[in-house]
Design a protein around this ligand. Structure first.
Ligand SMILES: [Ca+2]
Length: 546
């Protein structure tokens, strides 16, 4: 085939693909009143948890998957586990780390960090090599995971800060915890939240029965609106008076400069320790998660544990037992402590006899903070890291284990994403999907369970407003660089073929201009456009007027 013929062929093929299934456009206007109605209907459902028809859900999956065209893939010789009568919906544990890079696990090729427990999880379950987050920074990535939507849609386009009036995930948006409450789950958020520190934005107002953790990044400040428990433990000489003095002193963007990196530890809606002792925080978050699991088992309730560690985001802290143990320096120590504690959760599930039917997911909120050098992790072989739309920013390590349904030793190269978790959890528990927000995530149960021919449900995946992926192709309208040493003179537009060029180093836009042109057009209709921005701005204006 000549080059021109190939281009015409490619162009036609793309036209057919794009014409048939451009990104879904949601024209219905979601009003404040309708949002409130849905939220109320969820609350109503909480009062009478419905019994889910799991077998029906599962049979539907088998029918759908069996119709798909079987294609050779790496794990194709591993047979799916058949559904059985009386199978129960699983318990769900999501372990979500902060700024852990693509390479920072043994099973993802780390040369110097040892993670035997997560590696074992991968060997006993599934490893996703192309697992995406919907933003390369904390708050939007977390909003996307919990709502199944690109973050701009749900009003969290960028990082939130205490004392700056940046708000939070609007309470009317429906989270994983809220949909799982409708089918009788116990729910707990443990660790970093970062979707708003004011009371109305806290996990306890987003479907979680309990919250224990640091409400934003571990390098931030106390919030002036924070409520302190009567028995709050003040450390390092801090007190109500020192806090008062700090807020009366020098402020930078509303934050008291003398309190940098002093963050609260909260239980429920109050601070119980200030500043949080971060040297023991990974263990304490895990202790809390384990306690919640035990309590749920005692109550004979299925559970959803969202265990969001506050590290390896800097500043890094580690328990004495892990100090200087890793060949990967302090960063490696932190990851190895998280790995050890992940093992504690897995062991606890086993001891309680619920390992078989518990889905455990281990992943990260965005790529490594490379400008922190040795404290910043690695995304190799991907290019760049946090705060960029390169793969290093948004492709994260991910392993999942669920012995009852996920066969051992699967490697999945299909694109999947954190936005897929909500619809997938809905599918496996029978919970109804939210209607408040137009969902961007898709059910990936077929991929998880290694159904023959299962493919990514994402024809397009969007990286902020700047880039789009379609199969192996990735088009950037604009490139962002955070690491000066490796920044390139061209800022885009660029086109890469990730199959041959996972490091996004060989711009082939001149070779495939038709593909670039089509993807540029697709990017224009990006569902992650500034819908949420507009909403958030109008909310902020309203708040300012008050
Ligand atoms: Ca992060």
């Amino acid at each position: 085939m000549s080059k021109i013929t190939f281009r015409v062929f490619t162009c036609c093929l793309l036209f057919i693909c794009l014409g048939n299934s451009a990104p879904a456009q949601h024209s219905s206007v979601v009003t404040g009143e309708s949002l409130a109605k849905v939220k109320n209907s969820i609350t109503d459902k909480l009062k009478s948890p419905s019994r889910f028809d799991l077998d029906r859900q599962r049979n539907m999956h088998i029918v759908e998957s069996s119709g798909a065209k079987a294609q050779a893939q790496e794990s194709s010789d591993v047979q799916p586990i058949p559904f059985e009568e009386g199978d129960q919906a699983p318990n769900i544990v999501v372990i979500f780390n902060d700024d852990q890079g693509y390479q920072d696990l043994g099973c993802f090729g780390s040369p110097n960090i040892k993670t035997p427990r997560v590696d074992q999880m991968a060997a006993e379950g599934i490893k996703f090599t192309s697992f995406m987050v919907a933003s390369s920074v904390c708050s939007p990535s977390r909003a996307a995971l919990l709502t199944g939507c690109y973050p701009n849609r749900v009003g969290v386009p960028s990082v939130l800060f205490p004392n700056r009036g940046t708000g939070g995930l609007p309470p009317e948006q429906v989270t994983i915890a809220e949909i799982l409450k409708t089918v009788g789950y116990n729910t707990a958020a443990v660790g970093k939240w970062h979707l708003g520190d004011e009371r109305k934005y806290l996990p306890t107002n987003q479907g979680f029965d309990s919250y224990y953790g640091i409400p934003y990044s571990n390098d931030m400040f106390p919030a002036s609106t924070m409520k302190y428990a009567d028995d709050c433990v003040f450390r390092e000489g801090q007190s109500h008076d020192t806090l008062k003095e700090a807020f009366a002193g020098k402020l930078s963007k509303g934050n008291p400069v003398s309190m940098k990196q002093k963050v609260p530890l909260m239980r429920g809606e109050e601070c119980i320790e200030f500043p949080a002792d971060q040297t023991t925080i990974t263990r304490r978050f895990t202790d809390e998660g384990i306690h919640f699991i035990s309590e749920s088992v005692k109550e004979e309730k299925p559970f959803f544990l969202y265990l969001a560690h506050s590290m390896p985001h800097i500043p890094l802290y580690v328990s004495p037992e892990f100090n200087k143990k890793s060949k990967g320096g302090l960063y490696g120590d932190v990851i190895e402590e998280i790995d050890f504690n992940t093992g504690r959760v897995l062991d606890h599930l086993k001891v309680l006899g619920i390992e078989e039917n518990t889905l455990v997911i281990f992943t990260s909120d965005n790529g490594p903070w490379l400008v922190m050098k040795e404290n910043g992790g690695s995304a190799l072989p991907l290019f760049e890291g946090k705060m960029t739309t390169f793969e290093g920013g948004q492709r994260v390590p991910c392993v999942m284990k669920w012995p009852a349904r996920i066969p051992a030793g699967i490697v999945c190269d299909e694109l999947a994403a954190t936005i897929d978790l909500l619809p997938t959890f809905a599918a496996i528990t029978g919970a109804a999907l939210p209607t408040v927000q137009p969902l961007d995530g898709k059910d990936i149960l077929g991929l998880l369970t290694n159904q023959p021919g299962a493919k990514t449900p994402h024809q397009y995946f969007f990286y902020k407003q700047n880039a789009v992926r379609h199969g192996d192709w990735k088009y950037h309208s604009k490139e962002q660089f955070k690491v000066k040493e490796t920044a390139r003179p061209t800022q885009g537009p660029t086109l890469y073929n990730l199959k041959d060029d996972i490091g996004e180093s060989n711009n082939v836009i001149d070779k495939y201009p038709e593909i670039a042109a089509h993807l540029a057009k697709v990017l224009e209709s990006n569902p992650n456009k500034r819908i949420g921005d507009q909403k958030r701005n109008s909310n902020n204006k309203k708040e300012k007027k008050k």
